[in-house]
Every structure is written in structure tokens, then in C-alpha cells.
Design a protein around this ligand. Sequence first.
Ligand code: ADP
Length: 185
Amino acid sequence: MEVILGQTKLVLMQGDITVQDTEAIVNAANEGLRGGGGVDGAIHRAGGPAIAEECRRIREERGGCPTGQAVLTSGGWLKARYVIHAVGPIWSGGNKGEDNLLASAYRNSLELAREHGIKSLSFPSLSTGAYRFPVDRAARIAMRTVVEYLEQHPDTFTEIRFILFSEPILKAYEEALNELLATKG
Ligand code: ADP
């Protein structure tokens, strides 16, 4: 699915984020910036040791990356020039500020990209794997946050892609975006 918002093409597709040719890709990182499983493991395997080395330096300088925030490294061997490591919340029932923290992780990733003049960006479905955030709820938050950001910054990005790993996750994001666009008329 593709929609145009301002100057930006917003694309939702099934795929593997490690092979995307956007200027940056977003990683679902953890606070320690230590490579984990899921999309994080795949990005570190495909991008090589330079990414982990930069993560180690950031950890030494700033102690890592708090939940809801994001940091930038190079992309190592990836096609993407940069990786934005965003830390989404661990789901623990929904009363621990998870919704706002997830929105912050998306917003801070977009903000960091904008600060670095990055024009195209691919996101995975943050927090919905090992961190167990319910997919439908995460999809609505992701779509709302990104669409709002693009409304506020209509000339910043050429393309924002969501690379969803499975058909059911893609469907959840498509439904969330369709619902949101319907309310906007
Ligand atoms: P988190 O710890 O934030 O939940 P995970 O990496 O466990 O992060 O999962 C986030 C999402 O990324 C899940 O939907 C998972 O299926 C998906 N995923 C795993 N590998 C890839 C990949 N190579 N490309 C895109 N998405 C992926």
C-alpha cells in the first residue's frame, strides 16, 4: 500500500528491512544497544561489526539509549547509509506508559533523521516481537505518529517505508492507516 502525504510517499510492504535502499533504516534496539534477536540481530549480522562498535562507543559515552529515544550509527555493510536505533517499550499490560513511549520512539527516530538531513527511512514494527506489544494497537500508534509528523513536516522526507515481516502484521498496519485516513476524510 502507498499513499502520498505532502511531499512524502508512505509505503507499507512485507519484506526484510536489512535489504532496503532507503538512506536510513530503523532498528528495534534495546536500552543497552547490545545486539539482540529479531530485527536487531538481523541488522547486526547484515551490517557487520562496525555498527556494534559504534553502539559500544555510544554506550560508554551516554550509558545507552533510554526507552522512547533513538540514536544514530553508520550502516556498515548495509545499503542504508545510517541505522537509527530506536528503543520501543516492553509491553507490560498497557498501564506503564507504553503507548506514549512507543509514539516517542517513532517521533524521535523521525526527528533524528530530519536533524541529519536524511530524506528516506524504513521502519520495522517496533516493540511487537520480543517486547510483545499487541500488533493492532502498535500499528495504530505507529500510523498516527508518523502521519502527524508528516503533516507537521510536509517537505522533509521523500519516502517513509514500513517493512513488515509477515502478512498478518502488514494487514494490521494497512487497516490502521486506512482507518486513520478515513477519519481525516
Ligand atoms: P522488539 O524487541 O522491539 O519487539 P523484535 O525484533 O523482536 O523487536 O520484533 C520487531 C518486529 O520485527 C517483529 O514484527 C518481527 O517479526 C520483525 N522482524 C524480525 N526480523 C525482521 C527483518 N529482518 N525485517 C523486518 N522486520 C523484522
